[in-house]
Design a protein around this ligand. Structure first.
Ligand code: CUA
Length: 203
């Protein structure tokens, strides 16, 4: 019988045992360490990308992508335009069900501002085979400052489940050695970046 006037059985109201207090203290200190790691790793670890973010209407962003594509288009493959923006340019990439548009051709060692957004639902930007992972949300234009440091033909896979065609959502970023260079990455690199690897992405 439990009530406000009759104590339940047990000793729960007695002061905590010394051993319990020690563990609570250890757990609390560890919480604080992990908490401090978040801002520390943001600034020191270079782990979380720092960038600019704006609100944007998906249709307006799509129009901006189209303008960018028309301006710097250098070719087309499998119906997807290949776009080679000049060094330092703002680069616009959009995720939609189920593709990354357009294909990009960038130079190694040059800084770009890579804008990411979505036309419809949430997608995940993951540059294969590198360990880069970024959520792409409709309504937000996220500008990341990037400097490609490795030449090659890379695939962008979507790592956020976005519907029936999610596993086919593969894009492309070609990184060249120079202004007119071709990707000179080792053969193994191109092989691992082949589209066949896309279903291996998470989800
Ligand atoms: Cu887009 Cu999954």
């Amino acid at each position: 019988m439990h009530s406000g006037i009759v104590n339940p059985k047990g000793t729960w109201w007695l002061p905590a045992h010394k051993g319990e207090k020690v563990w609570v203290t250890i757990a609390f200190v560890w919480c604080m360490v992990l908490f401090a790691m978040m801002p520390l790793w943001h600034f020191k670890g270079g782990q979380n990308p720092s960038g600019i973010r704006y609100r944007v209407e998906p249709a307006a962003y799509m129009a901006r992508v189209q303008e960018f594509t028309n301006q710097y288009r250098v070719g087309e493959e499998y119906g997807l335009p290949i776009v080679a923006p000049p060094p330092g340019a703002d680069v616009y990439l959009i995720g939609m069900m189920w593709q990354w548009y357009p294909a990009l051709k960038l130079q190694k060692g040059v800084q770009y501002t890579l804008h990411l957004s979505s036309l419809d639902v949430s997608h995940g930007f993951s540059l294969y085979p590198l360990n880069i992972n970024f959520m792409v949300l409709p309504g937000y234009d996220y500008g990341l400052r990037v400097v490609p440091n490795q030449a090659g033909d890379n695939r962008i896979v979507c790592n956020e489940f976005c519907g029936i065609g999610h596993h086919t959502m593969v894009g492309r970023i070609i990184v060249t050695e120079g202004p007119n260079g071709s990707p000179t990455a080792p053969a193994t690199n191109s092989a691992t970046a082949a589209p066949a690897a896309a279903p291996g992405g998470t989800q």
